[in-house]
Design a binder for this molecule. Structure first.
Ligand code: PLP
Length: 455
């Protein structure tokens, strides 16, 4: 495998190339230094057959260490009851690691803090700019409470036309909550006809025309349908030029593409942990608040005791004094049993290293695109941008001609052992995930797709 990629979030001209020569998938796997990580995940099976799982963009696989991480907290609960909230002197003596899946030496009281450093590394933020809490849509609402402050003149929200439904519902309901009518106050940016990509020219034109009336822009880091990776830095600069606040939905970006949120400086970002972060169904999400706002205690917010000054949290004082940083947006004490799998998963990210993961991701998608073209050229339309720096590990496609009965087509692909997904109206999404997918998985999926199409 030769995959070159300088796109690690650092400066430098992107010099991407994927050149597999004539190497078969097995040779590419043999040369893959991250291949051993696959054994650290539970691989879904159908009877005795291991499935070709290309659905990490929907639900990531379970790290084999996850049950141990959950069991450790159950054991602590069993052994110590309420005292599990506090440091265990014996465990402290053994010196548990900061974000290890081993039982935390510190108790549940500060359990969530072990996630700040690894999450900050994943999103390119300062430690105090991130917090693990709630789920994505809940966090989006909390951020909108603080950053969508409509005035008579500036009251609109701009989203993309194909925004994930939950984001749309969240902003519509926030507009109504402020007494605004989404038919007037919700602006939607449509892609150019026939394209699936964010139309930058249209966005700039819309900002030029409406920027003074736009209070907030909400965009994805990676578009959930097309797999397009957006340029957070440049979009943030454009929004801020017109005085608009801007936030990003990183559901499909975190753990998938390099991020540099502190440098790019959007006001906020939110994410979930069940996709590329492999923390399990409904796992606890996270939130980024840029330092320029995170230190502002006067910023309106919905408050709860876990966001209160940690030294005084248990004094039950009448007045709320938020913690500095993103932690000041916490509401409740965190669900430890749901957080434990995330600790197991983040360890794997730390071991594998983001730069290596990104290199393999670029190579896997490069191989997928090459194989689709070779095997099915003319019968598939790729919706994901071809340039590696404008995509993560998801490749979205449409079949030409579109199958008449998509449900039956999807069932046949599944019967062939491939787990991918269909999104209405006609989008098929494959996501080879560098932590656990192989080049052979990509090969098997494309061959299965071809067989199903030929049948
Ligand atoms: C892009 C995007 N945004 C928002 C959500 C909603 O996430 P949650 O159910 O954690 O609120 C999802 C869920 O898949 C998503 O893919």
């Amino acid at each position: 495998m030769r995959a070159r990629d300088s796109d690690d979030g650092a400066a430098g001209a992107p010099t991407h190339a994927f050149d597999h020569g004539a190497a078969p998938a097995s040779a590419l796997d043999a040369a893959d230094e991250l291949a051993p990580f696959r054994a650290r995940f539970a691989l879904p099976k159908d009877g005795r057959r291991t499935l070709t799982y290309l659905c990490g963009h929907s639900l990531g696989l379970m790290p084999r260490a996850a049950p141990r991480a959950v069991d450790a907290e159950l054991a602590r609960w069993a052994a110590r009851g309420v005292e599990g909230h506090f440091a265990d002197a014996k465990a402290r003596g053994r010196g548990a690691r900061a974000h290890s899946a081993e039982p935390a030496a510190a108790g549940w009281l500060d359990y969530h803090e072990r996630f700040s450093a690894p999450l900050a590394a994943l999103v390119g933020a300062r430690r105090d700019e991130v917090v693990v809490m709630n789920t994505l849509t809940v966090n989006l609402h909390l951020m909108l409470v603080s950053f969508f402050r409509p005035t008579k003149r500036r009251y609109k929200i701009l989203i993309e036309r194909d925004a994930f439904a939950s984001d749309r519902y969240a902003v519509q309901s926030q507009l109504r909550f402020h007494g605004l009518d989404p038919r007037d106050a919700l602006l939607e940016l449509a892609p150019r006809r026939g394209s699936w990509e964010l139309d930058r020219e249209r966005l700039d034109a819309l900002l030029a025309a409406e920027g003074e009336r736009i209070a907030l822009v909400l965009l994805p880091g990676v578009q959930y349908l097309s797999g397009e990776r957006l340029d957070i830095g440049s979009l943030t600069a454009a929004a801020r030029r017109y005085g608009c606040k801007i936030g990003f939905d990183l559901a499909h970006a975190i753990g998938n593409v390099p991020l540099a949120l502190h440098r790019d400086a959007p006001d906020f970002a939110v994410w979930c942990s069940y996709k590329y972060l492999n923390a399990g169904p409904g796992a606890v999400g996270g939130c980024f608040v840029h330092r320029r706002a995170a230190g502002d205690a006067r910023l309106p917010r919905f408050a709860g005791w876990w966001g209160h000054d940690v030294r005084r949290r248990f004094l039950m004082e009448p007045e709320f004094a938020p913690l500095r940083g993103a932690e000041g947006w916490q509401l409740s004490n965190p669900p430890i049993l749901s957080l434990a799998p995330l600790a197991a998963s983040l360890e794997l990210f730390a071991e594998a290293g983001l730069a290596r993961l990104r290199r393999k991701s670029v190579a896997l998608t490069g191989y997928l695109l090459w194989l689709l073209e070779r095997e099915l050229g003319g019968r598939v339309r790729i919706l994901t941008p071809s340039s590696p720096e404008r995509r993560g590990c998801q490749v979205a496609l449409q079949l030409d001609p579109a199958p008449l009965r998509t449900a039956r087509f999807a069932a046949r692909l599944r019967a062939a052992g491939v787990v991918a997904d269909w999104r209405p109206p006609s989008v098929l999404r494959f996501a080879p995930v560098p932590l656990y997918n192989r080049f052979r998985d990509v090969h098997a999926a494309v061959r299965a797709l071809k067989r199903v199409l030929d049948a």
